[in-house]
Write a protein that binds this ligand. Structure first.
Ligand SMILES: Cc1cc2nc3c(=O)[nH]c(=O)nc-3n(C[C@H](O)[C@H](O)[C@H](O)COP(=O)(O)OP(=O)(O)OC[C@H]3O[C@@H](n4cnc5c(N)ncnc54)[C@H](O)[C@@H]3O)c2cc1C
Length: 383
């Protein structure tokens, strides 16, 4: 069972499938390709390590050891195969940045060469190998309404291998990030969800606009969805249940607005799944050459540091640098300012923001970077 960005026990299809095998082992691979990618930050790794620590305990209680190994995925899997000669590999599908796509293709080839059967399960509303969008919304709804994958009972004959302590940021060669992050882990994700659908969500539609009210009034589930400490299906079903149960019409109205955004999550990820190039290239190729030669490093440095001299821009950037989170409108404003007022290309500003956002989700991120920079060719320019 290969854990990727799905660090949870509940609603985990591969984990449930792994129970059908006489022997099982779980592994998470900390890949140098991830650590050295230009969109990775120590804060992401820190959050993942905290999630892994909780997950390891939760899995141990269910009789499944979780190995955490450092190395390239193929090298780690090859070594593991020498140790335990596994025949099946189970994981979720991943719609990630270019390095993870390249790694998945290498793993697929390796599995083929070793006759290892790699089964990948969907975990969002993203459809792999989509030819066109016909029926997409219906399929999304059906997946989100489907019963949760619940793990009952314990793993009885899990393979025993030595489990060294989890690595730390410093043992991985990373410096402290200095941010005050949201609490990591599946328990925190579930607490965050229930406080939102039961109480905090009440004023959602109003609260999401201002960075001051949004901090409490938005769900704050994004890092949990990005690292998979909660499934989108769990969030969707809890939201629908709360809408059905609340006697307050305002609450139901607020939660409906929130529910729509869960669909956007997959809608944007689908774009990257279908066109992995949008991480690097303009959606509308007619925009090629627009900003490429105009990059002003002084402007970029000032923007990154929150020292442009525009108070609202700088306050938002500094808040982001301190916490790893910012509400949607202020993210859009930061990008709009960088792309129009400073005429900076979205790729460099996007990499910087990807490192700052604890919830970095490549499919949403690169689509939004391009939308707020006017390079999609389908929306009016947003300044
Ligand atoms: C330039 C830019 C970059 C962004 N990069 C990311 C990113 O890397 N990861 C990320 O999760 N979100 C990203 N967003 C979208 C949005 O800002 C965040 O999802 C949101 O602020 C997260 O906070 P929340 O979970 O409290 O949001 P809520 O308002 O509570 O929304 C709940 C969930 O709905 C989804 N969602 C909300 N708004 C959007 C949207 N506009 N598009 C797609 N899905 C949405 C997210 O999964 C979010 O967690 C970006 C927006 C912009 C403008």
């Amino acid at each position: 069972m290969w854990f990727k960005r799905d660090l949870r026990v509940h609603d985990h299809a591969p984990l449930v499938a792994a129970r059908a095998y006489p022997d099982a082992l779980a592994v998470f691979v900390i890949e140098p390709e991830w650590l050295s990618s230009p969109d990775c930050d120590a804060s992401h790794v820190d959050f993942a390590l905290a999630c892994l620590s909780e997950l390891r305990t939760a899995l141990a209680e269910r009789g499944l050891p979780l190995l955490v190994r450092v190395g390239s995925a193929v090298a780690v899997l090859a070594q593991l195969q020498r140790e335990v000669a596994f025949t099946h590999l189970l994981s979720h599908e991943e719609t990630g940045a270019a390095w993870s796509y390249a790694r998945d293709r290498q793993v697929a080839l390796w599995c083929l060469s070793k006759s290892v059967n790699w089964q990948q399960f969907e975990q969002t509303g993203v459809t792999r190998g989509l030819r066109n969008r016909a029926g997409w919304a219906k399929r999304w709804q059906a997946r989100m309404d489907a019963p949760l994958h619940l793990l009952d009972g314990k793993f009885t004959a899990a393979l025993a291998l030595e489990q060294p302590a989890l690595p730390t940021l410093s043992s991985l060669g990373l410096s402290p990030h200095g941010k005050t992050l949201q609490t990591a882990g599946e328990r925190a994700a579930r607490r965050t969800l229930s406080s939102f659908v039961q109480v905090r969500g009440y004023g959602y539609r109003k609260a999401l606009s201002s960075p001051l009210s949004a901090e409490e009034g938005c769900s704050r589930l994004s890092p949990h969805l990005a690292f998979g400490t909660i499934s989108l299906r769990t969030v969707h079903q809890a939201t629908e249940l709360a809408i059905g149960n609340t006697p307050a019409r305002e609450m139901a109205y607020a939660l409906r607005g929130f529910a729509g955004r869960l669909r956007w999550h997959c809608h944007f990820m689908q774009k990257l799944e279908d066109e992995p190039d949008i991480e690097f290239r303009n959606f509308a190729r007619v925009c090629d050459g627009l900003r490429e030669d105009a990059f002003n490093n002084k402007h970029f440095d000032a923007w990154c540091a929150g020292r442009t001299g525009y108070p609202m821009v700088d306050a938002c950037m500094r808040s982001l640098l301190a916490t790893g989170w910012l509400n949607f409108r202020m993210r859009a404003m930061l990008v709009s300012f960088a792309s129009y007022h400073l005429w900076l290309h979205w790729r460099q500003t996007g990499l910087f923001l990807a490192r700052q956002f604890l919830d970095y989700e490549p499919g949403i991120h690169w689509s939004q970077m391009q939308m707020q920079s006017g390079t999609t060719g389908i929306n009016t320019l947003r300044i």
